[in-house]
Write a protein that binds this ligand. Structure first.
Ligand code: PCA
Length: 339
């Protein structure tokens, strides 16, 4: 009898404690039936994309009452930057963030995002995204993924260790590449491409491994480019976007209401991200100047040479493009000229 009493008493305490535990649980903690999603990104935690991504995760958790719980793995900590796209497709992570143009060898459509000099500012970038989004969504869908949102980096500008006065000054320089477009540009200007991921860039710059890089003002600040790169030329080559996507099986498995809430969080993340990108561009260029980097446009003759180089890249892309890609470009160019 005593034993039974003791057991009942323990059980009672357990139930009592259990009750308090449930009551004290913060909202948003994964509940029964909740989906935990590991999201892999290549970029560091301080980056504005990653901060936006974290906010997206928090919003999603709140809006879905904890039914969708994203964990953000920054800086390539879950999957190597070059493995993220394939990794999510293979189920190694539930979701991911990737810069579209790094996948142009995977599919030619992604290359449209880094065609040089077809986008002259954020307004153009929005038009290009509006024109390409349906095709991108379809492509991702076919690959077992659901697009959530896309946010641009600021314009891609040129950082150099030494002043660039003529085209000859590019010859033999070691130029950092982060994808097929930057690699091809390095080849065409006679530089030596070196593939370095964003997470390793600060170290490579500080160790004087690079003479030239093509990236945004904000990445220049994140990597303290001024330690060795003293010149910044505003060539505005393109405005590339990161896209955030989720395994389609996970997405399709959510009930309609939860899916709508996730879509809502994604729409806000996209709007907020475009704003953050523009703001970060302004403040980052000020920071570069404050750190004694000379901020200027590039020599007129070099500029026209770079324009021709852009045409070469566009021709190479057009040769590979199919009907879907061509109609995206046509839609963008007609809407752009109809301004
Ligand atoms: N920063 C990233 C991609 C584009 C950008 O502005 C990088 O340099 O890797």
């Amino acid at each position: 009898m005593k034993t039974i009493q003791r057991v009942m008493c323990r059980l009672g305490k357990g139930l009592f404690l259990g009750f308090f535990f449930v009551m004290a649980m913060p909202t948003g903690v994964a509940q029964a039936g909740a989906v935990h999603v590991d999201l892999a990104t290549a970029y560091g935690a301080d980056n504005f994309h990653t901060r936006n991504l974290q906010q997206f995760a928090d919003d999603t958790r709140k809006l879905t009452n904890g039914q969708v719980d994203f964990a953000i793995h920054a800086g390539g900590s879950l999957l190597k930057p070059t493995d993220i796209y394939a990794g999510v497709r293979m189920g190694k992570a539930g979701a991911g963030e990737v810069i579209m143009s790094s996948l142009s060898k995977e599919h030619v459509l992604f290359g449209i995002d880094a065609l040089p000099f077809i986008v002259s500012g954020y307004e153009d970038a929005r038009r290009l995204w509006a024109a390409s989004r349906p095709a991108m969504e379809k492509l991702l869908h076919e690959q077992g993924l659901q697009l959530l949102y896309a946010v641009p980096w600021p314009p891609q500008n040129l950082y150099s260790r030494r002043e660039i006065g003529t085209m000859k000054d590019f010859k033999g320089l070691s130029m950092r590449s982060y994808g097929p477009a930057t690699e091809r540009i390095a080849e065409l200007i006679g530089a030596r491409p070196m593939t370095i991921q964003a997470v390793d860039l600060e170290k490579a710059i500080a160790e004087e491994k690079l003479d030239l890089i093509l990236t945004s003002s904000s990445t220049g600040v994140d990597t303290r480019a001024w330690t060795t790169l003293k010149h910044y030329y505003k060539v505005s080559a393109w405005i590339p976007k990161n896209m955030v996507f989720i395994d389609r099986k996970l997405y399709d498995g959510l009930d309609t209401r939860t899916r709508e809430k996730l879509d809502e969080a994604a729409r806000s993340a996209e709007e907020r991200g475009w704003r953050l990108s523009q703001e970060s561009n302004q403040s980052a260029e000020n920071q570069l100047a404050a750190n004694k980097v000379s901020v200027s446009t590039i020599d007129f003759i070099i500029r026209s040479y770079l324009d021709r180089l852009g045409e070469t890249l566009a021709r190479e892309w057009l040769k590979k493009a199919g009907n879907d890609e061509l109609s995206v470009l046509l839609k963008y160019t007609t809407e752009r000229s109809a301004r």
